[in-house]
Write a protein that binds this ligand. Sequence first.
Ligand code: PLP
Length: 365
Amino acid sequence: MTRDARATIDLGALRHNLAVARKAAGGGRVAAAIKADGYGHGLLRTAGALKDADVFAVACIEEAVPLREAGYRHPILLLEGVFEASELGVASRLGLDLMVHSPWQVDLLETERLAAPVRTWIKVDTGMHRLGFPPDETARVHERLRACASVSQPVCWATHFARADDRGSDYTRHQIGVFNDVCRGHGGLRSLANSAALLAWPESRADLARPGIMLYGASPFVDAGHERPPLRPVMHLQTRLIAINRLERGDPVGYSGTYRCPESMRVGVAAIGYGDGYPRHAENGTPVLVNGRLAPLAGRVSMDMITIDLRAHPDARVGDPVTLWGPGLPAEEVAAHSGTIAYELFCQITRRVRVEEVDGSDTDG
Ligand SMILES: *Cc1c(COP(=O)(O)O)cnc(C)c1O
């Protein structure tokens, strides 16, 4: 038995989730966010499965180059634009769309001579207060970009939401209002929605939605009370039991003995740990599936192993499959027990984990 920590990526689930995004977008276009190595699922793998997207969205030029090298002709949006002058020439040559979020980026566009003009998106800070121009500075930025030979016309408009994952908050509606005021009367495409906004705030769809996490099958919402969107999990992270210990009442399990057996019981050891990207902060009671049925973590996550309370699994044997997240166990549920979000769980899978592809049917789910 080789060490069997593996992540199975379901390409059919990616296509299914893109179809869900497309439906939510109404007639609007969809940019598939495949930054950070396709949220840990593999850049070219996700691009291939999501090739029906209208646009690819990545964080930086290093993530766009492999897409062009692989032959993708889609528009590619650099969500943070360029990081230095030398990237403008590459962006022009590769036909990349640039977010423009800061005055220094406008300066660069005015200074550099480009072989072909680039499409730019003015990033408006409507309340996230991370990247973008304050609403009262956008008119001046727009004037400058309109007059700039390196910029194709019309200039486009974008913003990003801070709380779209909280359906109880009014903040997204406020941000949409600020954005519409800024863009009023101007031409150019408009792009606002991440996954959460696309699913919860139809008025944010506009010309181009930018879903990410929903494509990977995780619900973007923090308010777990609501119905899950009809998404299919893409990553199935699994391993096997490599040992089973019979322990006595009061026996401590693992580093620092943070779990003590409440009774005589069996504790399983599974071959996966934080060295594989399983979150070290997963607390006692974090759910895993043993043979497809729920079982709780018992004791701290180690680098190579986790320990599992097998009291409800009298038939479990060494070699049995253990699911960390995937079908039957949403990653966001594991994240909630680990002080993080599904985004981070996906991104932190390490190279030690074997990756396999499957192509599940598009029709169910
Ligand atoms: C990552 C990102 C997205 C996608 O967000 P999700 O929450 O994963 O849907 C959209 N827009 C911008 C600017 C981003 O950085």
